[in-house]
Design a protein. Structure first.
Length: 751
């Protein structure tokens, strides 16, 4: 074997997208070996165990090889691409012409490893006059986005590599990662006596095992725990007053709400020992630097948006922003989060009137937006690289809603639970058969972008997403050959000529600008090296990045005046198959990225102040019929959302057991390794039980991404429980509409 046999790519199973190298078997298809890519500038050779099993994504599942059209009897027939594109365009256009383009809804656009294809969807949506969309972010992160928007005007991440204290709130990075080389960093913190780790989690997770302070809250009670920690800082005078005076607006107006908190009572409500809670708050307040990560444990839970605010107060009041080991606002090539700004406040979904955050309708209201006779209801939907019928709350109701649409079109690699309900299914090549990239680029100070090249030849049949969108836009008559001819000619001449022609054409004809991704794909795309036509949309992104983060781009080694800087960055992206460090940020850059009035952190958010004020009087979560709280969807060693449709990929926990505390197992009369029924208000499922003292009494948990329908030659199989058969779309945050999947009232009974 020579080095040439190892092809660079990346793992697509979580947002870290660690660089990997893949060696194919003699059939030129099988991933015979996979190893971490030492040349990847972010992951530097690190992977977890999951990346090594990616052959199960590439070769373990039945792939779609032809466009499909559903017959009246529910079965599918294969059709040609020409027929598929013509009919899909015609039927979407008919919905637009009858009810308005706003009734065409877009869902998805990428999973953990693929955002390049989705970057072209905006053109299709604009050609159809579509306005409303959602993706997985609006069932997890939009509450935090909203708080970030109010407090800072943009997103924050944290520097765990250098922090003195790490705080994880409802986050289990040992399994879910989310920080670069997570396990290495966690072990470093745990092994250094000068550093501490604080974990707030009802379960004794792998991360909690490493922690110095494990605040083992009762599920769904984090607002009490976080609120009490802020209160301790106020009442024990641990707030960094001079820093707050210099950098924060609104604190004086709200401090009283924390000064008056009964810490003893709040500690009791969340089930955490008061002394431990105080010690953790003191440790955070006394540290030189604190890095914080909040995730699904609070984001998919009661008071989720309130929790995001309280979590941020902990580091704001202790001055942990814009310095090493603390929070930062980074650079981006493509920003996945839209800053709503004050004016967008009135933007709500057409039927449910739900707040639209970062341009996204809350996933939990989608069924309500369809299952109604409201004139503005969604009538048609385009789903791309997402599986709402499985991944969103209350699958039963979601299936009903998807079934009520006049048109459902799905772009995917597999016949997913959602695709089964579609009128048309359009097959895409796998992420290893085409150019791909993610926009999860959060590293600091060296931020990394990785344009992956194909490592395997695509089968006959599927078309990459940019090609699908281009054909749809053309079939809709939104672009003509005449529109594109001058740009094609300019692209053939030189990049500089193309830039001039592109700006001229889009100024003269704004419609071309609206369709920019497809225009770039059709004109600049064919001229790009290595067959990287799908990277065309990154040309605009590279120029925007060079303009917006010029100093950081230059520090990363790029040079040139005017448009040359963006071109240099774009060329580097095209020529760096192992990934490229596209910016080098400085801590001094961070304050300049705060986008609030006056550039100060704004802590007074009236909606949340009011919600917090009501906390003390809130009734505890007790329900005689459903005495347990189920975390529906826990990240484990071998879970990966819904992307691997081959249960044999799991080396451990093959069936996806329900984790139960010894106390609850005894009470319910169930035993380790035995079967039981888990019952919620929305469903019942038969589960395999794992009795473990990592669970506290009253809390049970099921893994995420299980219960997928897998197609085999001899039929369909399903392993484990699909968690959203048990969840309720109505259980959601009042501000962001995010679900309460981590504390679903449930009971356990013997089979
Ligand atoms: N192995 C693996 N890794 C993944 C993924 C995967 O599918 N598999 N998916 C990726 C994706 S899409 C995401 S969004 C991230 C999510 O990453 P995480 O948020 O870390 O994952 P979860 O396990 O869903 O939830 C985290 C923790 O919340 C805790 N929790 C439950 N209830 C509560 C509560 O009431 N309060 C608190 N404080 N904690 C609670 C759980 O015990 C759990 O340890 O993971 C990413 N990484
Ligand atoms: N109850 C409960 N539900 C949850 C969660 C939970 O904790 N509990 N977690 C939630 C979270 S945080 C998330 S992020 C979501 C994830 O839910 P989804 O977004 O639905 O999950 P993914 O696995 O990312 O789905 C990606 C889809 O893309 C397809 N795909 C893979 N490669 C390609 C490609 O190259 N092109 C195209 N077009 N398609 C491709 C896959 O087949 C799959 O259908 O699940 C959510 N659902
Ligand atoms: S941490 Fe593991 S799952 Fe996440 S990208 Fe890296 S190898 Fe893949
Ligand atoms: Mo997620």
């Amino acid at each position: 074997m020579t080095d040439r046999d190892w092809q660079p790519s990346a793992c697509i199973l979580c947002e870290c997208n660690c660089g990997i190298e893949i060696r194919l078997g003699d059939d030129q298809r099988t991933f015979e070996r996979i190893r971490g890519d030492k040349a990847h500038p972010a992951s530097q050779g690190y992977t977890c165990e999951k990346a090594l099993r990616l052959n199960h994504y590439q070769n373990g599942q039945r792939r779609l090889t032809s466009p499909l059209r559903r017959r009246d009897d529910g079965t599918f027939e294969e059709i040609s691409w020409d027929v598929a594109i013509a009919e899909v365009a015609e039927r979407f256009a008919a919905v637009r012409d009858s009810y308005g383009g706003e009734t065409i809804f877009y869902y998805g656009g990428g999973g953990q490893g693929n955002h390049l294809g989705g970057a072209y969807s905006g053109a299709t949506l604009r050609a159809l006059g579509g306005k409303y969309r959602a993706n997985a972010l609006s069932q997890e992160k939009t509450g935090e986005f909203w708080v970030n928007g109010k407090m800072l005007g943009g997103g924050v991440r944290a520097d765990f590599e250098h922090c003195e204290v790490a705080l994880f709130v409802g986050k289990n990075p040992w399994q879910s990662h989310g920080l670069p080389r997570a396990r290495t960093t966690l072990k470093e913190i745990a092994n250094d006596p000068a550093r501490s780790m604080v974990v707030i989690d009802p379960r004794r997770t792998e991360t909690a095992e490493l922690a110095d302070f494990h605040l083992q809250v009762k599920p769904g009670t984090d607002a009490f725990c976080l609120g009490a920690m802020v209160a301790v800082m106020v009442q024990e005078r641990l707030v960094h007053d001079t820093w707050v005076a210099d950098h924060v607006d609104g604190w004086d107006a709200i401090a009283e709400h924390f000064a008056s908190v009964d810490v003893v009572e709040f500690a009791r409500r969340c089930g955490v020992d008061e002394a431990l809670l105080r010690d953790a708050a003191r440790r955070i307040a006394g540290a030189d630097s604190v890095a914080v990560f909040e995730d699904l444990g609070i984001q998919m839970n009661r008071h989720s948006t309130l929790n995001s605010w309280l979590e941020k107060l902990l580091w704001v009041l202790t001055g942990n922003f814009a310095k090493p080991g603390a929070q930062y606002m980074g650079s981006s090539l493509v920003n996945l989060v839209r800053n709503d700004g004050p004016k967008k406040e009135s933007n709500v979904s057409p039927v449910a009137g739900a707040r639209i955050i970062s341009g996204l309708v809350p996933c939990n209201v989608i069924p309500e937006e369809i299952l109604t006779d409201h004139p503005r209801r969604y009538r048609a939907m385009l789903v791309e690289s997402g599986n709402p019928a499985h991944s969103l709350a209350d699958s039963q109701r979601m299936r009903e809603a998807l079934g009520a649409l006049e048109l459902l079109v799905v772009i995917d690699v597999s016949l997913t639970e959602t695709a089964r309900l579609a009128h048309y299914v359009l097959p895409a090549p796998s992420q290893f058969e085409k150019f791909e990239a993610t926009f999860f680029n959060f590293d600091f100070p060296h931020n990394v972008f990785h344009l992956r090249r194909p490592v395997v030849a695509a089968p006959e049949g599927p078309l990459p997403e940019p090609e699908i969108h281009a054909r749809l836009v053309e079939a809709l008559g939104a672009l003509t050959a005449d529109d594109l001819a001058p740009l094609r000619a300019a692209a053939a001449e030189s990049r500089a000529a193309f830039a001039a022609a592109f700006f001229e054409a889009t100024t003269a004809n704004p419609q071309l600008g609206a369709l920019a991704p497809v225009v770039l794909y059709r004109t600049l795309g064919p001229t790009l090296p290595h067959g990287a036509a799908s990277a065309a949309v990154l040309w605009g992104a590279a120029h925007r990045c060079a303009l917006g983060f010029e100093a950081s781009v230059r520090r990363a080694g790029f040079t040139g005046e005017g448009l040359e800087l963006g071109e240099a960055l774009f060329d580097a992206i095209l020529e760096s198959p192992h990934g490229v460090s596209f910016t080098v940020d400085g801590w001094d850059d961070v304050w300049g990225r705060v986008r609030t009035d006056g550039g100060r952190i704004q802590v007074d958010i009236p909606e949340l102040v009011q919600e917090f004020a009501g906390l003390a009087d809130e009734a505890p979560l007790t329900d005689a019929e459903y005495p347990l709280l189920l975390s529906a969807g826990e990240r484990r060693s071998f879970t990966a959302n819904t992307i691997i449709r081959d249960a044999t990929w799991r080396k451990r926990d093959a069936g996806g057991a329900l984790r139960v505390s010894p106390t609850d197992a005894t009470a319910a009369g169930v035993s380790d390794g035995g079967d039981a029924l888990i019952v919620t208000a929305r469903g019942v499922a038969r589960v395999r039980v794992e009795v473990t003292d990592t669970m506290q009494a009253g809390h049970v948990s099921l893994p995420n991404g299980m219960g997928l329908d897998e197609e085999h030659d001899d039929g369909t199989t399903r392993v484990g429980v699909a968690p959203n058969e048990l969840t309720d779309a109505g259980h959601r945050d009042w501000i962001a509409g995010t679900p309460w999947h981590k504390s679903v009232p449930a009971r356990l009974t013997p089979v």
